[in-house]
Design a protein around this ligand. Structure first.
Ligand SMILES: Nc1ncnc2c1ncn2[C@@H]1O[C@H](COP(=O)(O)OP(=O)(O)OP(=O)(O)O)[C@@H](O)[C@H]1O
Ligand SMILES: [Mg+2]
Length: 362
């Protein structure tokens, strides 16, 4: 069993505290993605799990064993980095087997492990080539193969796809997901890309300034963000946020639009300053099938700009003086300035406290 547990883990670089006492329980076989803006402490956290960085406080356990003082090679982990330097003078086969050779494993075991990794990653045809004769995606697969041959309990990935172009990233994302289905190892994966996090993770750990802001499944973070940071970080386009205030038990947006309080919102106090949040998917022109159960609020808005994406078109408009985005799922041409009757699915909307940014939810 290889669960990974972080208890009150701290990292200090001199006066700078990069990681502020984080707690995290990762299950055996789970695919966990650490995501967050640049500098929030993702790599530092991963490197402390790997043993590449000293732990300033707290405990890291792998498979029930505290590893704080174990060197990386004794943790039975494999790490794949963004810059996965392959050995240029070695063939793919030699690259794959190198770490086992260094560890003085028997030849037959190396051959078996290398062949197995090649098969899992579809490298069989490329075994005698050198890295210079491989595409970016193929090189990335060799880098993953080098991690697989060691049969680690835990795979650690730090932005392994950042050097690839957009199309290849999407392909490799699928391959990494397939890899996880095959090897069933615990994977901890770092990225700053929320789409990668959403598509890969069993659970997402969203970090900010060395703290964990929210942990949950991709849909939990998408549907129930704990604050405005999560609401705008997860999902594309980011959640629309409009300032408002609670008046007579209703929500009055700053530009004058008055809305009923969504039934999903928790207790609000009279005069409370709030941010009213909703996703583009929940603001649609009339004529779309809407969620029959939920309350719907109708409003006429002028479209300022459209972004056709194929199966859907993003509609930019202004609500209470703030630019917001809605969506149209049966795209037709829309003139800029055209007034459309929109429906806002009220019970999918979010209310946040304006000061703290915290979600106010039942
Ligand atoms: N060796 C170091 N010495 C001093 N400060 C460091 C060191 N490594 C990282 N830091 C600082 O620690 C903080 C967290 O860095 P970290 O590399 O973990 O961020 P990250 O979330 O991985 O960001 P990115 O998405 O840019 O890779 C940053 O403020 C960074 O400047
Ligand atoms: Mg990093």
């Amino acid at each position: 069993m290889t669960e990974v547990t972080l208890s009150n883990v701290v990292k200090k670089y001199g006066a700078l505290q990069a990681v502020h006492g984080i707690d995290l329980d990762i299950q055996d076989g789970e695919f966990v993605v650490l995501v967050g803006p640049s500098g929030c402490g993702k790599s530092t956290t991963l490197r402390m799990i790997a043993g590449l960085e000293d732990i300033s406080g707290g405990e890291v356990s792998i498979g029930g064993r505290v590893v704080n003082d174990l060197p990386p090679r004794e943790r039975n982990i494999s790490m794949v980095f963004q810059n996965y330097a392959l050995y240029p003078h070695m063939t793919v086969r030699e690259n794959l087997g190198f770490s086992l050779k260094i560890a003085k494993r028997p030849g037959a075991e190396i051959t078996e492990a290398v062949n197995e990794a090649a098969q899992i990653l579809g490298l069989d045809e490329l075994m005698d080539r050198k890295p210079a004769a491989l595409s970016g995606g193929q090189r990335q697969r060799v880098a993953m193969g080098r991690a697989i041959v060691r049969h680690p309990d835990v795979f650690l990935f730090d932005e392994p796809l950042s050097n690839l172009d957009a199309k290849l990233r999407t392909q490799m994302r699928v391959e990494i997901k397939k890899l996880h289905q095959k090897v069933e190892s615990t994977i901890i994966y770092v990225t700053h890309d929320q789409i990668e996090a959403m598509t890969l993770a069993d659970r997402i750990v969203l970090m900010r300034d060395g703290h964990i802001v929210q942990v949950g499944t991709p849909l939990e973070l998408f549907n129930a963000p704990v604050d405005t940071f999560v609401a705008t970080f997860i999902g594309s386009p980011p959640m629309n946020l409009v300032d408002g205030v609670v008046e007579d038990g209703q929500i009055v947006l700053d530009g004058g639009v008055t809305l009923p309080v969504p039934t999903t919102a928790g207790r609000l106090s009279e005069g409370q300053a709030i941010k009213f949040g909703f996703r583009a998917d929940n603001l649609m022109p009339a004529g779309h099938a809407v969620d029959e159960d939920g309350a719907v609020y109708e409003l006429d808005l002028a479209v300022t700009l459209t972004e056709p994406l194929g199966t859907e078109t993003l509609l930019f408009t202004n609500m209470a003086g703030v630019e917001v985005q809605g969506k149209m799922f049966n795209p037709r041409p829309v003139r800029p300035g055209e007034k459309m009757n929109f429906r806002l699915m009220l019970d999918k909307c979010h209310v946040f406290d304006a000061q703290s940014g915290h979600a106010i939810r039942r």
